[in-house]
Design a protein around this ligand. Sequence first.
Ligand code: ADP
Length: 159
Amino acid sequence: MRRAIYPGSFDPVTNGHLDVIERARKLFDEVVVAVAHNDQKQPLFTLAERLDFLGQVTASLAGVKVAPLDGLLVEFAVQQNAHAVVRGLRAVSDFEFEFQMALMNRKLEATVETIFLMPKEEYTYLSSRIVKEIARLGGDVGKFVPPCVVESFARKLQR
Ligand code: ADP
């Protein structure tokens, strides 16, 4: 059983994240999407909401599980018996931080390998941060996030 962890804040999940999940699923028997609490980033959506969106949008994908992530990623990977961490790379700007994190994780736990996947070109400009900004300013985010997230934005931002 080849299992990978795909960690992130997913605040909220976007179509870019979904593209990475589907690509990872082609390489691994099971992909565990690990949703970080990430209080430092002051998320717009609660952990429960972020888990719920991911649960809904991955329900039809066999071999994809969703779980909360608290604590060290590599420890979670070992607990889950996973040997890979998947991260998405959109542009060179992602690289420096991702490279540092991958090498630090390797120092912490040598059995866990980090794999980078590139999304479809049309998702390379997409980030949760930019989607939140568009939604706050009243823009239509329907092309960028799944329908359950669009509805939740409308409720949260009271439109
Ligand atoms: P984090 O807060 O850990 O960066 P994110 O939820 O923003 O978490 O992203 C999780 C992972 O998904 C990261 O590896 C990020 O680079 C990747 N990612 C985010 N958006 C996209 C996208 N549009 N295409 C490909 N990968 C993406």
